[in-house]
Design a protein around this ligand. Structure first.
Ligand code: SF4
Length: 340
């Protein structure tokens, strides 16, 4: 009986926690300088943009505009619409060093027809993105091993090495995890943090070889624990055989959380530098939820930047002026304006 990824992360984070605590005591500008001097500036910066090929999420994460209780429009794009959506993304950002995040939310337990099943929607979305020339980031869950396999196999084989399965653990603080994701009950596909972390094993066994991890900084009551756990998780996945690991670094912003939970700018900058210092082989990803000034300041440490998405054929709006958003975007520059 193997130990779970969750258990292995808890064991290994004790190695990283003292380093993280020590580094958090330094100033962010010192850490940034240290990271660039030690590992060089991050090179070959790429971009990602989200494509919601379906929105039928049965989870109820607090503060998310896509949560079941938010009452938004429910849809599953047809294959033709997904292809149109990818063509619109290609026209907007080009496909060179660019990836699409394929999203549907979490609805394994929902009552949906076979035609609209979560595996089907993600498989067709990944296929459309890969065939349009993009790298692919699968960011939905949960799946069985067979489900992960079906999604991978839907893409042309040549695209497999540009495909990544990303799973946000949100936080390793279990009390706050429950406060954010809801209770572990059969109706809630996101309620169990242990089975959530285990998704990376199922993806690996199904053939996925690139992984993504991350927490929502500020959600956990002790940021050092969340950073150290994420570093431990990246190491566990690398040891498992993943060829690359990306660390996404979103932070808590927005209305429905206590002010005290927020991750301030100085701490956020430290977190980015610490990931770069302690996981120099990982790719660092910063979303467009950060301001232009913040992203410019951290550019040396980033391998991937989030950019705007499109809404050509019915995907949920990620442009601020076109309806419900999942999260607020702060940097609305185009790829050309970003210069990447
Ligand atoms: S954060 Fe993701 S899983 Fe949670 S409600 Fe929103 S779309 Fe669903």
């Amino acid at each position: 009986m193997h130990s779970t990824i969750f258990d292995r992360v808890l064991q290994r984070r004790s190695v990283w926690l003292p380093h993280v605590r020590r580094l958090l005591e330094k100033r962010a500008d010192h850490l940034r300088k240290e990271a660039v001097e030690e590992h060089g500036p991050a090179e070959n910066c790429g971009v990602i943009t989200p494509a919601y090929v379906a929105d039928v999420c049965d989870a109820n994460c607090r503060g998310c505009g896509y949560a079941k209780s938010a009452g938004g429009r429910r849809y599953v794009l047809t294959v033709a619409q997904m292809c149109q959506e990818m063509a619109a993304h290609a026209a907007a950002i080009g496909t060179n060093n660019a990836a699409i995040i394929v999203l549907t939310g979490s609805y394994e337990h929902g009552s949906i027809s076979k035609r609209n099943s979560m595996v089907w929607a993600n498989a067709m979305g990944c296929k459309a993105a890969a065939e349009a020339g993009f790298g692919v980031i699968l960011e939905s869950s949960p799946f069985t091993q067979e489900g992960f396999g079906e999604i991978l196999e839907a893409m042309p084989r040549a695209a497999h090495d540009r495909a990544r399965s990303t799973l946000f653990q949100e936080t390793w603080d279990l009390k706050r995890y429950r406060a954010f994701c809801g209770e572990d009950v059969p109706e809630n596909p996101k309620g169990n943090p242990v089975s959530r972390a285990e998704q990376h094993r199922l993806a690996f066994e199904a053939g996925w070889r690139h992984a993504g991890v991350g927490v929502l900084l500020g959600l956990g009551s002790d940021i050092a624990i969340d950073i150290a756990s994420t570093i431990a998780q990246a190491h566990v996945l690398r040891d498992m055989g993943y060829r690359s690991v990306t660390i996404s670094i979103p932070r808590l912003v927005g209305g429905s959380f206590p002010e005290a939970w927020r991750c301030d700018d100085e701490t956020f900058k430290k977190a980015v530098a610490i990931y770069r210092l302690l996981c120099p082989w990982a790719k660092i990803l910063i979303t467009a939820r950060e301001t232009a000034a913040m992203r410019d300041e951290l550019h040396d440490l980033c391998h991937i930047l989030g950019v705007l998405g499109t809404t050509k054929v019915g995907g949920r709006a990620v442009y601020p002026d076109r309806g419900i958003e999942q999260f607020k975007l702060a940097d609305t520059r185009t790829r050309d304006e970003l210069g990447v």
